[in-house]
Design a binder for this molecule. Sequence first.
Ligand code: MRU
Length: 340
Amino acid sequence: MNKLTVQSLQWTGSTLKVLDQRQLPDTCRYDEYSDAAGVADAIATMRVRGAPAIGIAAGYGVVLSAYQHCSGVSEGWRQRVTADIEILAKSRPTAVNLFTALDQMSAVLAQSDAAPAALLACAEKIHADDIAANYKMGELGADLLANAKGLLTHCNTGALATGGYGTALGVIRSVYSRQPVHIYADETRPWLQGARLTVWELAQDGIPATLIADSAAAWLMKSGAVDWVIVGADRIAANGDTANKIGTYSLAVLAKQHGVKFMVVAPTTTIDWAIENGGEITIEQRHQNELLPACYLTEGSLVSAWNPVFDVTPAALISAIVTERGVILNPSEQGVGSLK
Ligand code: MRU
């Protein structure tokens, strides 16, 4: 099994350490949290980001809440933990992994013998299951890439965005260990997950990568250098429509135009079984300050910014959805229901 080179989250036994991804690649610094409100803030401010990672962080946030409120003879600790779960649920809206994890934690909390130790066991299981799913998806995805020579990925879907190893980046790690392949990563504006995180994470593993501007993707595909675009997901609807980092939809349209295949890699915790299609997915809008240069921010400025941070790729543009339970080829023909 491959070793994990970087950990976005570390449970210390009494606190959660979160690698502040806003400061990478310049500074590798962990912040330490001892309550749920702190973890919710770390998610909202994107110290920790990536759909599986925020679900895992939220799980540990619930444990911290239980540790805080279930000491001594405190009555009503479960209500206080429930209130903290509501705070965690408001941290970010699009990645369903957050809500899947909180639902699992809530189910443990609702048991008659609920105890902090049971909540910790659940959070640790969410974490361990995610890592195991990533290794499984890495192999399943790599099996589809036997003839691939060039891969383009978007955003950061690696160990930083998950419990470890990664989803789309896990497939890239696995295929790189099998055969020579050229990896392209796009910058992923405006937050630069590709430029700041993905190429850094690959370099930690000694895997070379070529960074491109987002706007170079069409020309790269036209050159014939890319066989597959490989991305992660934040929420997949029952029909296979997939929400992921803004710019994913553009890549899927471009891939179709250029005869490039398009792979989505996500654990089943990213599937929202309750929604029929991508039209039901809430797309997070972040503050315009993340997009506008500071000089445009003066009071009364005529310049504003529109900053949706996810988009939805229709299933019809997706060649394969890879999960730990198996691969769905051409998901527009059957959706993802067979994975349930
Ligand atoms: O806004 P972010 O950085 O949290 O967005 C992350 C993504 O869109 C990832 O592609 C997705 O969460 C999959 S990560 C394994």
